[in-house]
Design a protein around this ligand. Sequence first.
Ligand SMILES: Cc1ncc(COP(=O)(O)O)c(C=O)c1O
Length: 383
Amino acid sequence: MAVPFFDIHYNLDEDTQQRILARWQGILAHGGFVNGPEVRELEAALAEFLGVPYVIGCSNGSDALVLALRAADIGPGDEVLVPAFTFFASAGAVARVGATPVFVDIDPVTFLMDPADAAKRTTSKTKAAMVVHLYGRAADLGPIRKAINAAAGHEVAIVEDAAQAIGASHPDGPVGGLGITSGWSCFPTKNLGATGDAGFASTADAKVAERMRRLREHGGGRQYYHDEVGYNFRMSSLQAAGLLEQLPRLTEFNAARAVGAEHYEQLFTAAGLAGSADSPLQLPERTPGHAFHQYVIRSSERDALRTYLQERQIGCAVYYPLALHLQPCFAFLGGQVGDLPHSERATAEVLALPIYPGVTPAQREELVAAVAGFYADVAPSRS
Ligand SMILES: Cc1ncc(COP(=O)(O)O)c(C=O)c1O
């Protein structure tokens, strides 16, 4: 049986499609195609869902991070701490506002920014830290804040990259409300997926929210009058309408992801592939509030395992194959192999398995049986 990594239609059943089409017809009738009433309705619904007072809908998650950084007053001359192991946009946004990304290593178990390493790389120019809630696991901001503030000798702004963490929660408070600003993505594969590009920024500060609203539309409070140079980061009403149909199902979808993660853990443990220090696989920790945007295992035989699974039509993916300090576009910053060892090791060992809500128990069983087959046939010394 083939096991797809992802099925774009999992949240687009006939009923949902009809409801989205009805909303789209309404938009054709009223004509407010961009930043229309659906965008305002979505912003209010998201603010309520997230427990964060202000949400600003925009073009996509990458632009949301630019809004978040600009509204936190980050620009040329500023250094921003960014994990070296994350999606490119986390660091791309820093470069786009003219600031300098300073790459920080990750904790090898959580894949999240390591507070001690962040402190080591903090200087008097460090103005912000872009904390990424990677794979849907909420980072603990307290220890990061404490370590970098002490190292900087001043208050360092925390900007959250919550693109992968919609629906994730944290004991200290809502993801997206603990930093000064946050950026979120509604790319179709995200936990809350649109039918095109979409994203939003959030904040608990009314003034910062107002600034993000202005920056979204070329930096003007009044049409054709511009206080500062902003962007066209407006949101399509069509995307907002689709997301309004998806949002009520997000909690149920995230619960299905958590069930999938628990099932994988049972299966891998029962197969003797995980659960002890000498097991060949390291599984992700199932922490409370984890949104499991991705379910990512580690294997030191990752590339051979990936090929073995792909040959059997079993979906898997590598997020991400090259750490950001080694990307050609950041070569001018002087990053070298060996600078960020945990990030570099992760790029060689991580493998994401199918976790979207449509994965069936039988598909997970098939996948784990195939992984067991790999360790029996190809890498028996590791099983
Ligand atoms: C961690 C992270 N940050 C930012 C983004 C950017 O979001 P978008 O693709 O909507 O621009 C993504 C999307 O993949 C992401 O995973």
